[in-house]
Design a protein around this ligand. Structure first.
Ligand SMILES: NC(=O)c1ccc[n+]([C@@H]2O[C@H](COP(=O)([O-])OP(=O)(O)OC[C@H]3O[C@@H](n4cnc5c(N)ncnc54)[C@H](O)[C@@H]3O)[C@@H](O)[C@H]2O)c1
Length: 332
């Protein structure tokens, strides 16, 4: 049985779908603070026949909540998504982030060790690198986060190193770049409130809803003056988690991988693909730069390709089309 923390959230739920498709039994643990019970219900209704899917509502900040999961199920391996992940909020309230992300993970690791569970795949982030000193960013790039959110994820990576030394706990840390898209059949998708990610925010200004999309900064040193990011499709990302589990199952050592496409797209490029996919002229309002947005963040993904055998296949247009189909469903 695989324990998926945060499986009612955006990336976690797509990963649960991929795990079920690959024959795993899954227990989802989530406090539903940011995730959705409707997502869990959808996952239960589409589970592969014969596969077990259980949902346990609980909070990682309460040690006994997570200990009870290990009492109820024989967990072999953990995939850990549960966290807060809004950069701006983390700058206003760092304590909230250290408490939930770091303390919550320590509770999880403690429960794992108590129960002899020694493998974990962890959602880390490009935010652990901070301001890039070169691009594309490979895994040897210095990790110097510039906000508390990135700092919590880096701290967790370091704690996992210590757990390896002391308890032989093997971790794979997947450092995501910008995750995009939805299930290609629009059964699940990105559902954040508030939404801070670019593509769903552009799409929110469609459907004739009268909202104007705000574009921050058009004077960066990039191809068209807007920020460049590496948009990795959520289904491609989910496949990397399945490969990371295979890697650990085969006795792989603690490791860390960038998950991105090796390609960047500017905000203006993303915006114009959104207009093409939706067939709408989307209202836009140009604003000054926001503080703390690096000009370019692009992953060097060679290591994940070589070691895990991961090949991201979806294009930016695929991600935007699936996100649009999901957004249409969500707006009804
Ligand atoms: N979405 C991205 O672009 C992106 C990029 C880099 C890294 N990440 C990381 O990926 C992971 C998933 O991100 P997401 O976009 O799916 O976020 P999300 O908010 O959609 O999902 C997180 C889930 O964790 C749950 N959760 C949070 N704290 C919890 C706690 N203490 N106990 C139990 N459940 C808890 C929430 O209810 C939610 O369902 C996060 O760790 C995030 O830092 C995401």
């Amino acid at each position: 049985m695989i324990l998926v923390t945060g499986g009612a959230g955006y990336v976690g739920s797509h990963c649960v779908l991929a795990l079920l498709g690959n024959g795993y039994d899954v227990v989802i643990f989530d406090n539903l603070e940011l995730g959705h019970i409707e997502t869990v219900e959808t996952l239960k209704s589409i589970q592969a026949s014969g596969k077990v899917i259980d949902f346990i509502q609980g909070d990682l900040k309460n040690l006994s909540d997570i200990q009870n999961v290990f009492k109820k199920h024989e967990i072999e391996v953990v995939v850990h998504f549960a966290a807060y992940s809004q950069v701006a909020e983390s700058m206003k309230n760092p304590q909230k982030y250290f408490s939930n992300n770091v303390d919550g993970t320590v509770n999880l690791l403690k429960s794992m060790i108590e129960n002899g569970v020694k493998r974990i795949v962890f959602s880390s982030t490009a935010a652990t690198y901070g301001e890039p000193i070169y691009t594309p960013i490979d895994e040897n790039h210095p990790q110097k986060p510039i906000n508390p959110y990135g700092e919590t994820k880096l701290k967790i990576e370091k704690i996992m190193d210590e757990y390896d030394k002391s308890f032989n706990l093997k971790s794979v840390r997947l450092r995501y770049f910008n995750v995009a898209g939805a299930d290609n059949r629009a059964r699940i998708g990105e559902w954040h409130e508030p939404e801070t990610h670019l593509i769903p925010n552009i799409l929110k200004s469609t459907f004739g809803c009268g909202k104007t999309f705000q574009m921050f900064g058009t004077d960066y040193d990039t191809i068209d003056g807007t920020c460049v990011r590496d948009y990795i499709n959520v289904e491609d990302l989910a496949k990397a988690h399945v490969l990371a589990l295979d890697y650990l199952e085969k006795g792989g050592e603690t490791n860390f991988f960038n998950l991105g496409t090796n390609n960047g797209n500017s905000v203006k490029e993303v915006f114009s693909v959104c207009e093409k996919v939706t067939g709408e002229k989307i209202p836009v309002d140009i604003q000054p730069r926001r503080e703390g947005d690096p000009a370019i963040l692009v992953a060097d993904n060679q290591k994940a390709k070589k070691v895990l055998g991961w090949v991201p296949e979806k294009t930016l247009e695929d991600s935007i089309l699936s996100a649009y189909n999901w957004a249409k469903k969500l707006s009804k």
